[in-house]
Design a protein around this ligand. Structure first.
Ligand SMILES: NC(=O)c1ccc[n+]([C@@H]2O[C@H](COP(=O)([O-])OP(=O)(O)OC[C@H]3O[C@@H](n4cnc5c(N)ncnc54)[C@H](O)[C@@H]3O)[C@@H](O)[C@H]2O)c1
Length: 360
């Protein structure tokens, strides 16, 4: 925590100090049962609702459809029916879609109520639940409406990660690998060793191919990367933008292909690496190492692997319309080495030309 920012609400609630590794089963005796609304999608409820039977429940759709204005309205109506007042707590139980929706509801319901998050996906545990961002999508644009509202506590039950299917798990691995590229050699090499071990287990599969101790270490190291950056730049005015590595192309890919967030980010990271190599900002061996690690965790490394056969123009159009652009240039995160990543202000036409002409 930075001393000079100690007066800021967000930093006082430094998420780094309020992550708890515990079992979901232990939560029911620690939270007020009458005034904690549990928000979960159907699948997560079927898997883990048994730990929250006595709590008021609000069910939301699974995945991205939860992040809509109509679902936000449904959530408000459910809270109204429960007569939830400012003393209530919202507990988001599930993946990033659930916590993004619930986080925004918690920030706005009665001008703000207490938010707790129990992330059950790798992506939510290492990324979406950290850093206070929430939001819903509007007219096809992701996260167009949202706010910053930090959860008071993030309860992480590592065991929940073992019920994820392979696709959801690898989607989270993309962000874990992104954090490792930001962090440096030690975390990156640790992930390489996990991929190696996973391959040795027969048949090589994830998440089962990672044992519990390694999973815990992987999650903790990944969380630390994001939390340290967020603590230094909570409102994304500077350094926090580094976390967008792979996301400029990734968001465009996600919008056009409908692929999972992490899968789109994986291909976005590969394209960012290719851009860096082409502009002599990164050596080809490092780019290959990143691609190999993504592939080792069953992540796509090109558009074809995502099943996308459409033209590149749709992708460049999506980049042009990116809500974060604002002007003819955009902040583009360029990987230089493992552990060295920079923000470059790049003319948007350079990026759109790159995707139209250089991306296979
Ligand atoms: N706020 C942020 O800072 C931030 C950061 C990154 C991503 N996000 C957002 O997160 C969203 C993606 O979230 P996500 O990938 O965590 O998943 P998700 O919430 O979209 O859920 C994906 C699927 O996984 C299922 N699921 C969840 N936990 C499970 C478990 N333990 N076992 C089996 N199935 C389980 C869900 O039912 C759902 O079907 C995107 O909308 C993205 O924009 C937000």
């Amino acid at each position: 925590m930075q001393k000079e920012n100690a007066g800021l609400n967000e930093v006082q609630r430094n998420p780094g100090s309020e992550i708890e590794f515990c079992s979901l089963a232990s939560l029911k005796d620690r939270l007020p049962r009458q005034t904690t609304a549990v928000i979960a999608d159907r699948r997560v409820h079927a898997l883990y609702g048994k730990f929250f039977e006595e709590f008021p429940l609000i069910q939301v759709p699974a995945g991205e459809p939860a992040k809509s204005y109509s679902e936000l309205l449904n959530l408000y109506k459910a809270l109204a029916e429960m007569e939830a007042d400012r003393s209530w707590t919202l507990l988001a139980l599930g993946g990033g879609s659930t916590s993004d929706l619930a986080g925004f509801a918690a920030h706005t319901w009665m001008r703000g109520v207490r938010l707790l998050v129990a992330p059950t996906t790798l992506l939510a545990m290492t990324d979406a639940s950290l850093g206070g961002k929430n939001g819903i999508d509007l007219e096809g644009y992701k996260n167009l409406v949202g706010s910053f509202h930090f959860p008071e506590i993030i309860y992480c039950d590592i065991d929940t990660l073992y019920s994820l299917d392979a696709g959801q798990f690898s989607s989270g691995m993309a962000e874990v690998i992104k954090h490792a590229v930001l962090q440096g050699e030690s975390t990156f090499a640790f992930l390489e060793s996990l991929a190696e071990k996973g391959r040795e287990s027969s048949p090589a599969n994830f998440p089962a191919g990672i044992d519990r101790a390694d999973m815990l270490r992987m999650v903790r190291e990944s969380q630390a990367v994001k939390l340290n950056i967020v603590a230094r730049d909570p409102k994304e005015q500077n350094e926090r933008r580094l976390l967008n590595l792979g996301h400029t192309f990734g968001h465009a890919i996600e919008k056009v292909t409908g692929a999972l967030h992490g899968h789109s980010v994986a291909v976005g990271m590969v394209i960012a690496c290719d851009y860096a190599v082409k502009n002599a900002l990164m050596d080809a061996n490092t780019a290959d190492r990143i691609k190999q690690l993504l592939a080792a965790f069953d992540l796509p490394t090109n558009l074809e692997a995502l099943g996308y056969r459409g033209g590149r123009k749709a992708l460049s159009d999506a980049i042009r319309l990116d809500k974060k652009r604002g002007g003819p240039r955009m902040n583009f995160v360029v990987p230089r080495k493992i552990g060295l990543v920079e923000i470059h202000s790049v003319d948007i036409e350079i990026l759109t030309n790159f995707i139209e002409k250089e991306v296979s």
